[in-house]
Write a protein that binds this ligand. Structure first.
Ligand code: SF4
Length: 463
């Protein structure tokens, strides 16, 4: 057990995030100035228990992180590839550094020597940044990202931390009625303020849990409520193959949707069963065939590196099959053991154990995808990820998802509807976002809809 003391620091949160990459929670206690009392009582009760005391007297945040990094690297042999960076958006950091330093050479130097990034990660984020710059300009102020959430799924996956619900048809219909009201309301407000959707993303949950009629009505409401004449992209996350039918795909196609997600996660049947999905790999292939036959031109897929009981060979089979199926977008996720998931109850240290396997899986996916003409175009990190690695979205040229890039860039207002939707108002002059959340429980959302609408009026549409 390590006892780590940060003198002159009152908020230890960001340092704790860094330490967690090296040490499991039961391997250390961390104290800063604001918890001196706790430190003293721990001294009295269990001093003998600590086998090493690490004390730091540096107040400059990044210098302190570098000291922690170097000390813990030497003690544990762990070498985090993202250096001292614990944030979610390393590609955004590249953009900020370019604005500040002026040249890519200086950015690379800073990432390497100040943030202590590994060379491979530097090359990954710089290439992702460059792809983003080629595709997108800065968003114009009235062009927003529109997110619409359908918080229902047929079953709950083992690693899910989202409030996905398995609900009765009557309840789902009640939710849809409330959602339509929010769509109409925000549509009126957006028209008054001149806002329009640059991209629309219907996500979840699993939107194709809805019936074909419900999908049709939802898309009709959207079409009537918003000016879609300048919308560049409209995505529906079909997600789970067991919810996809020909009828639903035809509804999507008839409404002009050209981009959907089909999320296999893995092509290994025993893993699909283990993680609680009610479909097999054959259903995924059938869903692809159906979507292509209907004329959907862009299919996004999500796969996960580090799923329980999967080997590098299993992961390779998955990625080979998805490439053969011709998915235009492939997002390679690293398994994260999140607080609200069932997986954390089974093994809260699973992500620590998977670190090396996942590192090899990510390297393999990068190699295969580059060789098959996919390029990384968005990237983000999450807490509790195996090996503290990353999620990377790869795309064939010209098929990149605008919504995915914008949400990571944080330079655009996002209007999010439905239970769990978190709108974000972008203030360009201050380069900051302000969150305007809806409640996440769908039943509370239905009963407090008027309050959600008022909250949007007060914070999103007050100009
Ligand atoms: S499909 Fe996604 S939202 Fe639904 S249960 Fe699985 S992980 Fe959660």
């Amino acid at each position: 057990m390590y006892k780590i003391i940060l003198n002159g620091i009152t908020n230890k949160y960001e340092y704790d995030e860094l330490i967690k990459i090296f040490l499991r929670p039961e391997e250390y206690l961390l104290f800063c100035d604001s918890d001196k009392d706790k430190e003293n009582s721990t001294n009295e009760e269990s001093n003998f228990y600590f086998h090493q005391l690490l004390e730091f007297n540096e107040r400059e945040s990044n210098a302190l992180k570098r000291m922690l990094y170097e000390k813990l690297r030497d003690l544990t042999g762990v070498r985090p590839e993202w250096g001292i960076h614990t944030g979610v958006r390393p590609v955004k950091l590249v953009g900020e550094l370019i604005n500040k330093l002026g040249s890519m050479e200086q950015v690379i130097d800073k990432l390497k020597n100040f943030y202590l990034f590994d060379d491979e990660k530097i090359s990954l984020i710089c290439s992702t940044y460059q792809t983003q710059k080629e595709i997108l300009n800065e968003p114009v102020p009235d062009a927003i990202g529109l997110y619409i959430g359908i918080p229902f799924c047929p079953t709950r996956c083992l690693y899910c931390s989202f409030t996905s619900n398995q609900s009765q048809p009557a309840k789902i219909q009640e939710y849809m009625d409330a959602l339509h009201e929010e769509i109409r309301h925000t549509g009126r407000k957006m028209a008054q303020t001149g806002m329009y959707p640059e991209s629309v993303y219907i996500g979840g949950g699993t939107p194709t849990t809805l019936t074909a009629e419900q999908l049709d009505k939802l898309l009709t409401e959207i079409k009537h409520a918003y000016d879609l004449s300048k919308t560049r992209e409209f995505t529906v996350e079909a997600g789970r193959p067991d919810t996809i039918t020909l009828e639903k795909l035809e509804v999507l196609k008839n409404h002009g949707i050209s981009r959907i997600s089909i999320n296999p996660q893995t092509m290994k049947d025993s893993t699909l069963e283990l993680i609680g999905r009610s479909h097999n790999s054959n259903d995924i292939i059938k869903a692809f065939d159906m979507a292509r036959n209907v004329g959907i031109s862009i299919i996004n897929t999500d796969i996960i590196a580090g799923l329980p009981e999967e080997t590098l060979q299993d992961f390779e089979n998955t990625i080979n099959t998805i490439i053969e199926l011709g998915a235009e977008n492939i997002t390679v996720h690293t398994l994260a053991v999140k607080r609200a998931s069932r997986l954390i109850d089974i093994d809260k240290e699973f992500h620590y154990k998977q670190a090396l396997t996942v590192k090899n899986m990510l390297a393999l996916s990068k190699d295969k995808l580059y060789k098959n003409n996919y390029k990384p175009y968005y990237l983000y990190r999450q807490k509790h990820m195996a090996g503290s690695l990353e999620n990377v979205g790869y795309s064939k040229k010209g098929c990149e998802g605008i919504y995915n890039i914008r949400i990571m860039e944080e330079h655009q207002t996002i209007v999010a509807l439905g239970a769990g939707g978190i709108s974000k108002v972008y203030y360009p002059d201050e380069n900051r976002l302000e969150r305007v959340p809806n409640v996440s429980n769908f039943e509370i959302y239905i009963s407090r809809l008027n309050e959600m609408l008022q909250r949007k009026d007060d914070n999103l549409f007050r100009r």
